[in-house]
Design a protein around this ligand. Structure first.
Ligand code: ADP
Length: 520
């Protein structure tokens, strides 16, 4: 291992290996295939770069992230290594030249996208090349159980035989369920014992769920309290990105936006501005961030629920790569579940695939609803039933909650019967006014002050009543129809509560959690 440590120190200027790196490199050194499962920012690239520099021959790195290849190659050039990438972003002539140089063994590193393996010329060139190792970056893309399955990735597996020479194979991923890990092991012939799993723990990240808040107000208030911090706001749709971006821009924030509807040029410019700190905020869809190495991101806010836990943890994990404390906030509203369901329906998955996505979305929704430690939920999801299950992180919104679980069945019944008496035609704010017994003009005009439920929750403030209504919506004890002004409707669960078949308990907080909004 001495020679690898020397490379780490002399080339990279780092004093010691991070957890898992030495084991991965050691396994490669013994000529055995290896799988590295490490958190984002854990230092996966070094796992192939160090042996690649030490070994004779060419390391082939397969990555679905074309945008990242150039940065990696530039980084290696800066270290004095011979590296290149061959992908569709360069001309056919240039591709040919690089292929020729590759088979003359002139590179230590060649980065390619999985699609490259569909080219006969590339395979032939590989057969001529003295390959030191083949690394599958983002290896979860090879598994159909993964959240980002790429068939082109999987079809490389049989081609490995054709290449010959029996090169050492390496898989690297930051997000893999046990199922996906098994799949990668089987496909890439990696012995389970040669899997280096450093866990996904990111002790510097604090997770928060905010339910029933006005999202824009929340974000503005968060930014006010965290001035000058760099952060990413992830939204589910292009439209949401545009909306949040416009608001923040209007308030004078240095903000960029990124989504699939923008031109390649616009996206590149937005990314560059953010990476080089010209803007401190990025509002984006999930299209943004794969492979972005920006270490000083202090917070990730999810404007809406992501499609599954894998995406969530990958996106949230872009905060705090420098190890400094960072926040990951998810703004949950049940209506957003419909957006994700719509996206699942729209994708061209087969029946089985659709069901799988629904199950994953369910797990994501459960994350938003759990009353237990959010971080242990995440660890359990990825590690399944390990010792982590009983751990409380002490820093997530659930662990920080102080207060008591109270039975609010009676109040819930009052709210629900008020919704019923208002003929399911109004939103949360008017309903709260009626329950409070407000003298609001419109309320009186509509004749709502004559209802028997008028003023029955007058001991609470309107804000407290609204909170309870939103809680009932989050727990699906009450439905809020989609639209700009969601109208409250009763559902089956509402009926069960009204008829006393089901109780409602709510955590009533004494002290606001750290990320609590104040609407001042
Ligand atoms: P990953 O691919 O796992 O997300 P990277 O390989 O991009 O992570 O590494 C994240 C950051 O950590 C990079 O800036 C990298 O240079 C740095 N890094 C990696 N290994 C070490 C180490 N042993 N000591 C210090 N810094 C390291």
């Amino acid at each position: 291992m001495e020679k690898y440590l020397n490379i780490l120190q002399n080339y990279f200027g780092y004093s010691s290996f991070r957890p898992g790196q030495a084991e991965v490199i050691d396994t490669i050194d013994q000529g055995e295939n290896v799988l590295a499962v490490m958190p984002t920012g854990g230092g996966k690239s070094l796992c192939y770069q160090v042996p690649g520099l030490a070994m004779n021959g060419t390391a082939i790195i397969i990555s679905p992230l074309i945008s990242l290849m150039k940065d990696q190659v530039d980084g290696l050039h800066a270290l004095g290594a011979a590296a290149t990438y061959i992908n569709s972003s360069i001309s056919a002539g240039e591709q040919y030249q690089r292929l020729m140089a590759m088979q003359q063994n002139r590179y230590q590193f060649v980065y390619v996208a999985p699609e490259r393996f569909e080219s006969g010329a590339f395979i032939q060139a590989l057969q001529q090349t003295n390959i030191s190792l083949i690394a599958f970056d983002e290896a979860h893309c090879i598994s159909q159980w993964g959240h980002d399955f790429r068939p082109s990735y999987r079809s490389i597996v049989p081609i490995l035989q054709e290449i010959g020479g029996n090169p050492t194979v390496m898989g690297l991923t930051a997000t893999a369920t046990p199922e996906v890990i098994e799949d990668i092991q089987a496909l890439l012939h990696i012995a389970p014992a040669n899997t280096v799993h450093t866990g996904f723990e990111r002790k510097n990240l604090s997770f928060f769920i905010e339910k029933g808040v006005n999202k824009i107000d929340y974000i503005l208030s968060y930014l006010k309290k965290h001035q000058g911090e760099v952060g990413i706001i992830y939204a589910a749709t292009r439209k949401q990105v545009e909306h949040v971006y416009d608001v923040l821009k209007g308030k004078g924030y240095a903000v960029s936006k990124y989504h699939g509807g923008l031109s390649e040029q616009e996206r590149q410019a937005a990314q560059t501005a953010f990476i080089f700190d010209q803007t401190e905020l990025m509002v984006a869809t999930t299209a943004f961030g794969m492979g972005i190495d920006k270490s000083n991101v202090r917070f990730i806010i999810h404007y809406a629920i992501p499609m599954n836990m894998e995406s969530y943890y990958q996106e949230a994990g872009r905060a705090g790569r420098d190890g400094e404390p960072s926040n990951c906030v998810l703004l949950f509203s049940p209506q957003d579940i419909h957006t994700q369901k719509f996206l699942i329906e729209k994708s061209d998955l087969d029946e089985e695939g659709t069901q799988r996505e629904y199950q994953k979305l369910n797990k994501m929704v459960n994350y938003c609803r759990t009353q237990n430690c959010l971080y242990s939920y995440i660890l359990n999801y990825f590690e399944m039933g390990s010792a982590a299950s009983s751990v409380s992180c002490g820093r997530c919104s659930n662990c920080l909650k102080q207060g008591e679980l109270e039975d609010i069945t009676e109040e819930a019944q009052m709210i629900l019967s008020c919704v019923k008496r208002m003929r399911e035609r109004f939103g949360a704010s008017m309903t709260a006014k009626v329950l409070k017994g407000s003298k609001d003009k419109k309320l009186i005009q509509f004749g709502l002050s004559k209802l028997s439920t008028y003023g029955i929750l007058s001991k609470y403030t309107e804000k407290e009543i609204t909170e309870r209504i939103h809680f009932l919506i989050a727990e699906e004890c009450l439905s809020a129809e989609e639209g700009q002004f969601p109208v409250l409707k009763l559902n089956q669960k509402s009926m069960d509560i009204l008829t006393g078949k089901e109780n409602v308990t709510m955590f009533i907080q004494d002290v606001p959690a750290v990320s609590e909004t104040d609407y001042s």
